[in-house]
Design a protein around this ligand. Sequence first.
Ligand code: ADP
Ligand code: MG
Length: 365
Amino acid sequence: MLNINIKKQYKNFSLSINTKIPKGFISIVGPSGSGKTTLLECITGVAKPNEGFIHSFYPNKSDKLLFDKKKNINVPIEKRKISLVKQDLLLFPHMTVYENISYPLRFSKHTMKELQPKSLLKKLQLEEVKDKFPNQLSGGQQQRTALARTLCSNPEILLLDEPLKELDQKLKNEIIGLLVTINRQLGIDIILVSHDISNILSLSNHILILSGGEIIAQNTPAKLLTTPNINKFLQLPQISNFLTMKIVSSNIKNSTTILKKGNLSLTGPFINQTIGKQVIVNFQSTDIIISTEKPINISARNIILGKVETIIKQDNHFLVYLNIGEIIVAHVTTEALKKLQISDNSTVYIILKTSNIKINDIYEN
Ligand code: ADP
Ligand code: MG
C-alpha cells in the first residue's frame, strides 16, 4: 500500500496528489497529459517530487519511506522494489530472451523460486524462444519478455504504463491474463495505467481517475461506474453497468444463474460457481430496454421495476440513470426518449435479456 502526498512541478504542468493506494490490482485512468506517467515516475523514483512524501507500507513487511522532502529522504530507484514497465519495452537487442530476463540478477540476486529466469520462461510461455533475439520475436513475445525481465527483479509493486496500447484484442487478453496470474499467484501488487480500461475493469479492485494533474475520483469499479459524470472519464467504448451481486442459485438445466443484491434479483446465464459467492455482474447501457408499461408475453427474463433518477443529454443520445435498488445507466436514443415521455421520478420497467448479462469473477484478496 502506498501513502502519497506530493507535488511535482514542471514548467507547464503541476501534479498534486494526496492519496492512499490500496493493495491489489489498481488501475489509473485519465486523458492524455493528465499526469499518469509523471505519477508513476515519482513512485519509482525516476522523477523527484518538489514537495511531500511517498510512503510504502505492507503488513508483515517493513515500512519504507521512499521519499520525504522535509526529511531529505530519496531512496534510489534500484532500492525501492518497485518496477516500471514502460510503453517502449527497451529490450536489449544484442541479448537473447534468456539473457534479457536474467539481466536484473547481475545487480541483485534473490531467492524467490517463482521469479527465477527458468520459472519465468515457463510461466510466460517463452521456453521455446529463450535463445532468440528480440528482433526475432512476435509483439506478444516481446511484451512477455519485458514483463519477465521486470519480474526477475523481484518487485513488491509492478507499475505498467499503458502496456495494452496498440495490441490486438487477442494479445490484450493474453497479457491481462498474465497480469492477473502475477497478481494473484505471486502476490505482487499491480498499478496499471491505461486510457481504455474496458478490458481490465472487472479485474481491478480499485481505480484512480486522474485529470489535470489531480485525482478527481477513486473507488471500486462498480462504485465509479455508477457515479454520474464519472464514467465519461473512463472512456469506455460504451458505458457498462457493473454491480457486485451474490449468486443465489444456478441451474444448468435451464442454463440460468440467479443473482441478488438487496431486493434486486437478476437472472443471468449459467456459470459454474459456488452458491453465495460474490461476483461482478456486467451489462451494457445499450442492452437495456425501458418500458413505461409492464410488458406481458416477453421472452426476456429480467423485468424490473425502477425509477428514473436523472436524464443526461449526450452528443446524439441520452443517458438515463435508473434506480432499481442500485443505480444503472441506460442508453436511449433521442427519438425513443421522446416516445417514452419519461422524466425524473418516472416509474418504468427495465427489460434485460439473460444473454446480455455477463458474470465475472470478483477480485478477492
Ligand atoms: P500522461 O501520462 O497522463 O499522458 P504525463 O505525465 O506524461 O501525462 O504528462 C503530463 C504533463 O507533464 C504534460 O503536459 C507533459 O508535457 C508534462 N511533462 C511530463 N514530463 C515532463 C518533463 N520531464 N519535463 C517537462 N514537462 C513534462
Ligand atoms: Mg503517459
